[in-house]
Design a binder for this molecule. Structure first.
Ligand SMILES: [Zn+2]
Length: 102
C-alpha cells in the first residue's frame, strides 16, 4: 500500500483512448486534451451576490478556523471523438500531483 501513493501522484495518460461515444453509439478512439477552466465573469449575478454576502465579520463561523488547502487537484480531460468530433469531459476522479501525456 505504501507504493500506491507514489503511483497515483505521478500519472501518465495516453493521448488517444477508446471510449464510448453517445452520438455514434459505439466505442471509437477519442483524443484526450487537458481541460483548463477559463476566467469567470466578475459581473455575473452569482459572483456579485457572493461578494456581497462574504467578507463581513467571521461569516457565521467560529473565529479561529484552521483552513487546510488541498494539495492536489483532480485532473479533467476533454475527449474528442475522431469520427463525429463530439466533445465529452473525461476524468478518473482521483487526486494527482502531476499528469503527463505521452
Ligand atoms: Zn462519435
Amino acid at each position: 500500500m505504501a507504493n500506491f501513493s507514489i503511483l497515483v501522484s505521478l500519472m501518465e495518460f495516453p493521448k488517444e483512448k477508446k471510449l464510448y461515444c453517445k452520438k455514434c453509439k459505439k466505442h471509437t478512439s477519442h483524443k484526450l486534451k487537458e481541460f483548463k477552466s477559463g476566467k469567470g465573469r466578475t459581473l455575473a449575478m452569482g459572483n456579485m451576490r457572493h461578494e456581497k454576502n462574504t467578507g463581513h465579520g467571521y461569516m457565521g463561523r467560529y473565529k479561529y478556523v484552521v483552513f487546510v488547502k488541498k494539495q492536489n487537484k483532480k485532473p479533467t480531460f476533454i475527449a474528442e471523438c475522431s469520427v463525429c468530433k463530439a466533445k465529452v469531459p473525461y476524468s478518473l476522479g482521483k487526486r494527482m500531483k502531476k499528469v503527463t501525456q505521452n
